[in-house]
Design a protein around this ligand. Structure first.
Ligand code: NAP
Length: 297
C-alpha cells in the first residue's frame, strides 16, 4: 500500500504527485494516458495498471482531472465501485457546488469518505508555504488527512462540514479573477494605444495590491451587512469613470467590449437610484437580474 494515490496527471495532478514524492510519501499514480506518468515513476511513484488498481493502492485517493464529468468517468469505470468502500476520496478537480454534493452522495452510497477541495494556485506553487487549497466535508476526515494535504499547500484551509463550500469559494474567486483578467487585458490595450509600457502597468497593479486587499475585505463586509450608505467614492463616480473608458476606446480605436459591458451595469445601478451608495451596491441590480432566489436586495 502507498500513502496516497493521485489520479489525473495533467499539469496540476502531476504537480500534486510531485509534491507528495518530495514530501517523502509513497505515491501510487494513474492517468488515462499512461505516458504522462514517466517522470513521476523516475522520481519513485508507482504506476497502477488501471483506475481500480490505483484506488486499491492507497487508503487516500486524490482526484485531479479536468472536471467532475471526467471524475465520474473514472469512478464509474470497470471494477472501481468494488474497491472504493472504506477509502477516502479527496476531489481536487474544479467543479460546481452541486457537482460536489452529487459526488458526495455517490461516495456515501459506496461507503467512501469524501472531501471536496478547490485549488487556488498554479501548479508551480504546489507545495509552497502559502499555497491555498480549500477543503470541505466531514471534519473527522479532514483532521485525519490534514497533515498529508498540508504537503500540497501550507495555506490549506478547512471551510467546514458543508461539502460544497470549497467549490463555492473557488467559483466566487474565479468570478473575481475573470473580471481581473479581462480588466488587465483591456488596461494593457489602453497602454499599448497610448505608448505606455504594459510591464509598467503590471508593476502599478502590483503596487496597488495592498490597497485592493483592503477593498476586497471592505466590499465583502458591506455586501454581507447590506450597509451601502457611507461611500468614500460613490457608485456614480465610478460609473462616470468607467463610461469615460468607452469614450477613450473610441478615441484610441481599440475594443470597447469590456468598458461597454461594465459601464452598462453601472448605468443600470445609477438609473435604479443607487448612485450615491458604495460600489458594492452594484450587486443590487445583479440580484434583481437573477432568477428568483428569495434573497433581499
Ligand atoms: P490538464 O493538464 O488539462 O489535465 C487534465 C487531466 O484530466 C488529465 O490527466 C486528463 O487525462 C484527465 N482527463 C480528462 N478527461 C478524462 C476522462 N474522461 N477520463 C479520464 N481522465 C480524464 O488540466 P490540469 O491543469 O491538470 O487541471 C486539472 C484540474 O485542476 C482542473 O479541474 C483544473 O480546474 C484544476 N486546477 C488547475 C489549475 C492549473 O493552473 N492548472 C489551477 C487550479 C485548479 P489525459 O492525460 O489522459 O488526457
Amino acid at each position: 500500500m502507498s500513502d496516497v494515490t493521485v489520479i489525473g496527471l495533467g499539469e496540476m495532478g502531476s504537480a500534486l504527485a510531485g509534491a507528495f514524492l518530495r514530501g517523502g510519501h509513497r505515491v501510487t499514480v494513474w492517468n488515462r494516458t499512461a505516458a504522462k506518468a514517466e517522470q513521476l515513476i523516475d522520481q519513485g511513484a508507482v504506476l497502477a495498471p488501471s483506475a481500480a488498481a490505483a484506488f486499491a493502492g492507497s487508503s487516500v485517493i486524490i482526484l485531479c482531472v479536468s472536471d467532475y464529468a471526467a471524475t465520474r468517468a473514472i469512478v464509474e469505470s470497470e471494477n472501481v465501485a468494488e474497491v472504493v468502500a472504506g477509502r477516502s476520496l479527496v476531489q481536487l478537480s474544479t467543479g460546481t457546488p452541486k457537482e460536489a454534493r452529487d459526488l458526495a452522495a455517490w461516495s456515501q452510497i459506496h461507503g467512501t469518505e469524501y472531501l471536496d477541495g478547490g485549488i487556488l494556485a498554479w501548479p508551480s506553487h504546489i507545495g509552497g508555504p502559502e499555497t491555498l487549497i480549500y477543503v470541505s466535508g466531514a471534519q473527522a476526515g479532514f483532521a485525519r488527512h490534514e497533515a498529508l494535504l498540508k504537503t500540497l499547500a501550507g495555506g490549506l484551509t478547512y471551510l467546514g462540514e458543508a461539502v460544497s463550500a470549497s467549490a463555492t469559494m473557488s467559483a466566487a474567486v474565479l468570478s473575481y479573477l475573470a473580471g481581473r483578467w479581462i480588466g488587465i487585458c483591456h488596461g494593457a490595450l489602453i497602454c499599448e494605444a497610448e505608448g505606455v509600457s504594459a510591464a509598467s502597468f503590471g508593476e502599478a497593479l502590483a503596487a496597488l495590491s495592498p490597497a485592493l486587499a483592503g477593498d476586497s475585505r471592505h466590499m465583502g463586509v458591506v455586501i454581507e451587512t447590506r450597509r451601502y450608505g457611507q461611500p468614500e467614492s460613490t457608485l456614480k463616480t465610478a460609473g462616470d469613470d468607467i463610461a469615460r473608458l468607452v469614450r477613450h476606446a473610441g478615441d484610441a480605436n481599440i475594443s470597447a467590449e469590456w468598458p461597454t459591458f461594465a459601464a452598462g451595469l453601472f448605468r443600470r445601478a445609477i438609473d435604479a437610484g443607487h448612485g450615491t451608495e458604495e460600489h458594492a451596491a452594484l450587486i443590487k441590480v445583479l440580484r434583481k437580474a437573477a432568477l428568483p432566489t428569495g434573497i433581499a436586495p
